[in-house]
Every structure is written in structure tokens, then in C-alpha cells.
Design a binder for this molecule. Structure first.
Ligand code: AP5
Ligand code: MG
Length: 217
């Protein structure tokens, strides 16, 4: 499985990508997670990325394409991958095409999860993420058993810095202007599957797996 998840902030890309990772043993590549780790560890990439992430802007394309090119060449991505948060611009989509051409591979499908703005704010405001393993929770919709503690690994749950309201608005604007046009790009290639992202996590998962059955039929 070689798939891409498109969708606005809080659409559920990370939540649903995890299901594909489990089902297909494909590796989930979340560029947001990779960047946040680099910021925490204060690597050169992290220092460059932090100033963009904090404002809700995109990290420059050349850095992102290089990062993904290196990640997809690692052993665990050879059996398949689920890209969550990449590509986000036409330049990144072109970069991905070149990377895949290089390794003699191609995408199987691109899922675009659609969710209206009102719901997004609610989802992001209540999101909690495990510092250790990255598992996602929501204080109302998907709470951990013990507040602040990950069910899977016992790690500490935290709230992302870019989930403040003014940063969310900037991220949504960036999505509309720079990333949303990619849906047309992939529709023209016959790869796009649009998924209605309104409903419970399980309902969206059901729609995703139904789309996969149709692709595989
Ligand atoms: P990134 O980490 O990719 O953030 P994003 O695109 O804004 O998306 P999110 O992770 O916020 O949302 P999601 O769709 O994954 O939703 P989730 O499953 O968590 O990027 C962050 C930043 O890094 C960017 O702003 C940029 O600066 C930089 N960056 C990253 N990639 C880049 C790139 N390629 N180029 C340049 N810059 C890049 O769900 C959200 C919440 O809702 C969770 O709490 C979840 O539990 C809950 N939830 C999920 N589904 C449901 C449901 N159906 N019902 C109820 N609750 C739900
Ligand atoms: Mg995410």
C-alpha cells in the first residue's frame, strides 16, 4: 500500500492513517510528527522548522522533499507507506513523483478527508498526543482511560503548541490556498478518493475501508 492522506488540520489524517498502517503493515510517515520531534531535539532541521510551525505556515518545500526522500528510502518503507501531511504543495507533489520514479514505484491512492471548519476547531482544541509513541486522543471524543496518560505505552499526553486558535486559523488558510488544489491534481490522475470526515472515528474508518474494497475489487 502506497497512499497519501490529504485534508485540513484536524480532519483525522493521523487517526485514519494509523488504521492503514496496522492493516497493511505499511509505515506511517507523518511529516508533522517528524518535524515536531526535530523541534524537541533542537536539530538543525528542527530549528529551521520551528519558526514556520509556530506561525502555522509551511516549512519550505526543498527541506520537506529532502526529508521525505530520505525517509522513504529507509527499510521499513519498502513494503509500503502511508503519507500523512505530505505533499502539501504542487512542488511537493512533483517532488514525490520524482522520488517514486527514482525507486520504480507509484502511488496506489490519495484519500482526501473533508471536514467543515466548525468541527475542526472542536477537534483540535481537545486533541492530546502521546509524547512517547504519538498515539492520538481527544478529551471528549476519544479520551485516554487515565487523564494525561497514554493507554498504549503509559507516556505523557500533551497539547500541541500550534493548536492555539490564531494558529489554527492560519493553518486552515494555508490549507485552502496551498494544499486544497492538490485534490484536483490527483483527481486528474485518477488517484483521488474523497472521504466524508464528519462522524465518529469508527464511521470514518468504515468509509475508508469501503473505499479500499472498491479500489481492490
Ligand atoms: P501536521 O502535524 O501535519 O498538522 P495538520 O495538517 O495541521 O493536521 P493535524 O495533525 O492537526 O490533524 P490530523 O488531520 O492529523 O487530525 P488528527 O487525526 O490528529 O503539520 C503541522 C505543521 O508542520 C504544519 O502546520 C507545518 O508547519 C508543518 N508541516 C507538516 N508537514 C509539512 C509539509 N509537508 N510541508 C510543509 N510544512 C509541513 O485528529 C485531530 C483530533 O480529532 C484528535 O484529537 C483526534 O482524536 C480527533 N478525531 C479524529 N477523528 C475524529 C472523529 N471522526 N470524530 C471525533 N474526533 C476525531
Ligand atoms: Mg496529524
Amino acid at each position: 500500500m502506497r497512499a497519501v492522506f490529504l485534508g485540513p488540520p484536524g480532519a483525522g489524517k493521523g487517526t485514519q492513517a494509523k488504521f492503514l498502517e496496522e492493516r497493511y503493515k505499511a509505515c506511517q510517515v507523518s511529516t508533522g510528527e517528524i518535524l515536531r520531534k526535530a523541534v524537541r531535539e533542537q536539530t538543525p532541521l528542527g530549528r529551521k522548522a520551528a519558526k514556520h510551525i509556530d506561525k502555522g505556515k509551511l516549512v519550505p518545500d526543498d527541506l520537506m522533499v529532502k526529508l521525505v526522500a530520505e525517509r522513504l528510502r529507509e527499510e521499513d518503507c519498502k513494503k509500503g507507506f502511508v503519507l500523512d501531511g505530505f505533499p502539501r504543495t504542487k512542488a511537493q507533489a512533483d517532488g514525490l513523483e520524482a522520488i517514486l520514479r527514482d525507486v520504480g514505484s507509484r502511488l496506489d491512492c490519495v484519500f482526501s478527508i473533508q471536514v467543515p471548519r466548525g468541527i475542526i476547531i472542536q477537534r483540535l482544541a481537545g486533541r492530546r498526543t502521546c509524547k512517547r509513541c504519538g498515539t492520538l486522543y481527544h478529551v471528549l471524543f476519544n479520551p485516554s482511560k487515565r487523564e494525561g496518560v497514554c493507554d498504549r505505552c503509559g507516556g505523557e499526553l500533551y497539547q500541541r503548541d500550534d493548536d492555539r486558535e490564531e494558529t489554527i486559523t492560519a493553518r486552515l488558510d494555508v490549507y485552502e490556498t496551498q494544499t486544497a488544489p492538490l485534490t484536483d491534481y490527483y483527481r486528474k490522475q485518477g488517484l483521488l478518493r474523497e472521504i466524508d470526515g464528519v462522524g465518529s472515528v469508527e464511521e470514518i474508518r468504515g468509509r475508508l475501508f469501503q473505499a479500499l474494497r472498491e479500489i481492490e475489487a
